[in-house]
Design a protein around this ligand. Structure first.
Ligand SMILES: [Zn+2]
Length: 358
């Protein structure tokens, strides 16, 4: 059953949580609420959260992965004028940053609103206009007038995380979600909803959900998870960059409202070709919309999963997100739901013989 209202509210809670790489705790709190009853939880020190499905009994083990972390920033230092110099956690296009609102965590754990400063046009020289901003040149202004005020009154200290300040919205009429952190909160929500829809089903595989840490800085959590779980087969739920607003139609890799994107490869993983074909054929057979792609860039946790001790067959079921890794992303519930439908069908259909054949 498609429990849309509940899922939209789950996505809202995940997206609105603050969780740049290394600071995943808030997202994990939401996962613990949303996935309560779906299995036994275990958490490790890097902040991977494992959800072992009830009834696992030594059958081939399917690892469902989605990463908890979002791209964000960290306080680097405080300038004499009280503004904050910051550095990126994960990949950002610096051109999208000036004039964006952010939240900076302080020493008391409160999130202080700030603005990534942009010089008013009145003060811009020709050189300013021609220059592409570097993140190290940018500042966050919290309204302070001195370094002392920023540190003593606002209680900002170095090493604290910074996140975009973009509340989630959903336009029901047009099925448009807007917000930050869709990469990979929509994937985390898809993982949880997949496990919900599998509740009580008599499966021929065991299932371990892994909400992994630190994907955006090189899939570090997945590396830890793979050595612990040692899966026989795996699906990564991801958000992938949608290119449908700026690519020649013949070469579009991921458009919104056309279903999840399954990549044959990206720069870090060649998805198991037999498992990939199986998933695409199954989608076609069941009439689930899906898009196949060959990525020329990118990477994801599949990189760590495919080089496990078993060379685990992995595919990436990714929900297209326009303007990914920015303050303002667009995605659709249609694609989320199709991703879940496909994953549920795959898990229900798989058995030991099929897994062995990949
Ligand atoms: Zn991602």
């Amino acid at each position: 059953m498609d429990n849309k209202d509940r899922n939209i509210s789950m996505i809202r809670d995940l997206v609105n949580a603050h969780a740049p790489s290394g600071f995943e705790d808030e997202v994990l709190e939401v996962v613990r609420e949303q996935a309560a009853g779906l299995g036994d939880f275990e958490e490790d020190h890097i902040r991977n959260l494992y959800i072992a499905r009830k009834g696992n009994s030594g059958k081939p083990l399917m690892m469902l992965d989605a990463h908890a972390d979002e791209v964000g920033f960290m306080v680097h230092s405080v300038r004499p004028n009280g503004t904050i110099r910051f550095t990126n956690i994960g990949g950002w296009n610096p051109g999208t940053l000036p004039s964006s609102r952010v939240l900076v965590r302080n020493a008391e754990g409160k999130y202080i609103p700030g603005i990534i400063a942009a010089k008013p046009i009145h003060f811009m020289s020709q050189a300013d206009r021609d220059r592409k901003p570097e993140i190290s040149d940018l500042s966050i202004d919290i309204g302070s007038t001195s370094k002392e005020e920023t540190e003593k009154v606002f209680k900002i200290r170095i090493g604290e995380p910074i996140v975009p300040d973009t509340p989630f919205t959903y336009d029901e009429e047009h099925d448009i979600m807007m917000g930050k952190a869709f990469d990979d909160c929509v994937g985390v929500a898809a993982l949880i909803e997949t496990m919900r829809r599998l509740e009580g089903e008599d499966l021929k595989v065991d299932v371990m959900g892994v909400v992994s840490a630190q994907e955006e800085v090189g899939s570090r959590g997945a590396k830890v998870a793979v050595s612990k779980v040692n899966p026989d087969i795996s699906i990564c739920f991801e958000a992938c960059p949608s290119d449908d607003t700026f690519t020649e139609p013949y070469a579009i890799q991921a458009a919104i409202k056309k279903g999840p994107m399954l990549r044959f490869m990206d720069r870090t993983v060649i998805c198991n070709p037999r498992f990939q074909r199986y998933a695409l054929d199954l989608a076609e057979k069941l009439g689930i919309p899906v898009q196949a792609s060959v990525r020329e860039g990118g990477g994801n946790n599949g990189a760590m999963i495919c080089v496990s001790e078993k060379g685990t067959p992995v595919i990436v079921v990714a929900i297209p997100v326009r303007y990914i890794h920015s303050h303002n992303c667009i995605a659709t519930y249609h694609d989320f739901n199709a991703a879940v439908e496909l994953a549920v069908a795959i898990v229900k259909e798989l058995d030991e013989e099929k897994v062995a054949g990949f």
